[in-house]
Design a protein around this ligand. Structure first.
Ligand code: NDP
Length: 231
């Protein structure tokens, strides 16, 4: 039976590579959510060649966009929700040079966005026999990861992790598995070309992890290769 996956930030980077993985897997209907579908050239080209990709507008920080997105999904079952969309949060994140408006926007996208989208689609995921909700987090959100700077980004991912653990406990009774993943240091617009792994390597490994996720792993933080991540 065909399953449905929703991927936010599906037009480029890791999100776009995940779309490609689900197209190749064949038994998925892919709801590829992106902020500006009209300029998502590569995604539009892929969708033209593959009828199982449905492109839908979604800005995860915009309440109306999220509501319109949920209306488009309607009462369809969502088997897997991938909260991937994220921003690094701008150039003013160091002590003495903090842009607080930018920080708020980073939190709106990285921390509140996944919860906003999850809340809008929760009944769709509840309908699945094996519903899963995952978030692409970051090692920079881990307290035990030694790093300097980037107040906005790091705190946004730390907050995301906490919120996902709350979701895991609240949705355990519904048998929905929730998990967070550090995708590796990935060669995307965000990660830069010096990063360790390609978007394709990251996406393939993540998709395997999502496939293997069960309720036993719910509430946990993993690396892209399936190993546990420190908090
Ligand atoms: P990119 O910068 O390549 O892509 C980010 C994606 O998020 C784009 O599709 C972008 O859309 C989308 N996005 C940003 N803001 C919003 C919004 N408000 N609503 C909807 N979509 C939005 O980044 P990556 O692919 O590298 O990152 C994907 C995820 O992985 C992020 O959550 C990131 O924090 C995380 N991550 C990445 C790492 C790396 O090394 N690359 C390391 C650790 C974590 P648009 O084109 O419209 O801007």
């Amino acid at each position: 039976m065909t399953k449905t996956v929703v991927i936010s930030g599906a037009n480029r980077g890791i999100g776009f590579e995940m779309v490609k993985c689900y197209v190749a897997a064949d038994d998925w209907h892919i709801i590829a959510a992106c902020r500006t579908p009209q300029s998502a050239d590569e995604l539009n080209a892929l969708a033209k060649a593959n009828s199982n990709i449905e492109i839908v507008q979604l800005d995860v920080a915009d309440a109306k966009s999220v509501a319109d997105f949920a209306n488009t999904v309607g009462d369809r079952t969502v088997d897997l929700l991938i909260n991937n969309a994220g921003v690094i949060g701008g150039d003013h994140q160091s002590l003495g040079d903090i842009d607080y408006d930018e920080w708020m926007q980073t939190l709106a996208i990285n921390t509140l966005g996944p919860i906003r989208v999850t809340e809008a689609l929760i009944d769709n995921v509840r309908q699945s026999e094996n519903g899963k909700i995952v978030a692409i987090s970051s090692q920079l959100g881990a307290m035990q990861y030694q790093t300097q700077g980037r107040f906005a980004y790091n705190s946004s991912k730390a907050g995301l992790n906490r919120n996902m653990t709350l979701l895991a406990s609240q949705l355990r009774a519904d048998k929905i598995a929730i998990a967070m993943y550090h995708p590796g240091w990935v060669q995307t617009d965000m990660g830069g070309q010096e990063a360790d792994i390609t978007p394709s390597e990251s996406a393939k490994a993540l998709v395997k992890c999502f496939d293997e996720l069960t309720l036993a792993g719910s509430g946990k933080f993993f690396k892209w290769n399936g190993e546990p991540h420190v908090w």
